[in-house]
Design a protein around this ligand. Sequence first.
Ligand SMILES: [Cu+2]
Length: 316
Amino acid sequence: MRERVLVPRERDIENESVAARHELLGRVDVPAGRCGTSTDKGVPERVFTLNGEIRPQIPSTPGERQFWRIVNASPDRYADLAVDGQQLEVVALDGIPLSCHDHTRHTLKLDHILLAPAGRVEAIVTGPPLGTRSSLSTRCVDTGPDGDQNSGMVLGDLVSDPEAHSSSHRVPTTSGTPMFREFSRDQIKKLETNTPDFTVVFTEDKEGFYINGEKFSMDSAPMLKVRLGSLQHWRIVNQRHELHPFHIHQTHFLAYSISGVRPDKPEWLDTVNVPYGGSVDLVTDFTDPLIRGMSLFHCHLLNHEDKGMMAKILFE
Ligand SMILES: [Cu+2]
């Protein structure tokens, strides 16, 4: 399969002329009307770019299966990605193959996938029939009454082209031994029912953004120390009226409960959306011997992180 690295970012159009702004919003098909419960006024101030371009074409021969690696590299926009007329055949989330934690799982078919800033997905997509195109777009994401509008729009168009050259590189064949990190169902279940080992509470006020009432500074002491070699139950609580994506460095976690509801299939991630007025329960994996030193966890809306919603964790 051909491999493509696709990087959605955002372009600020706030300072464009009214005419230029409308032209750009039209080019990416932003629907008229408001998106979600956000009380922020006016027209969208940002559009997504894909690999630096606004709505580029992604060539494919008809019916060709391509392997896409996507990272949401925007500082503070969610992308709820979908490809017209097909399901994404997801292979990996946040850099970890689905099979890593369950060797019987290979792909997961999804109509759409919500990527918070920093979220990654690797998926197989199929080229549309000859003479047609199929858009990669983001749906409107409701970021909550205090959040910014995250309007739906088109990021790029998958176009069928029988001549589509195959200059983009192909998925390299690997010869290594697959690595699995499988934990027993009993071990996970026990942690899920225990009281949390650590709780992260996201709050904000006019002065800034906080984790457990503390605002990050470069000389902050670690908020907690974790002895390596264990799995822990963490709970992330969002008491405010906007989304916050929780992200932790060096490790992954199983997001097994969203505001008390178990997802159909809990996934291993390193970035998870925490609903406004809600919570997420995680089993965090601190067993990898490569984990070390002073590290971080934070909200991955960079505007929040930079105003204090970040904390240090010391691995011992
Ligand atoms: Cu946040």
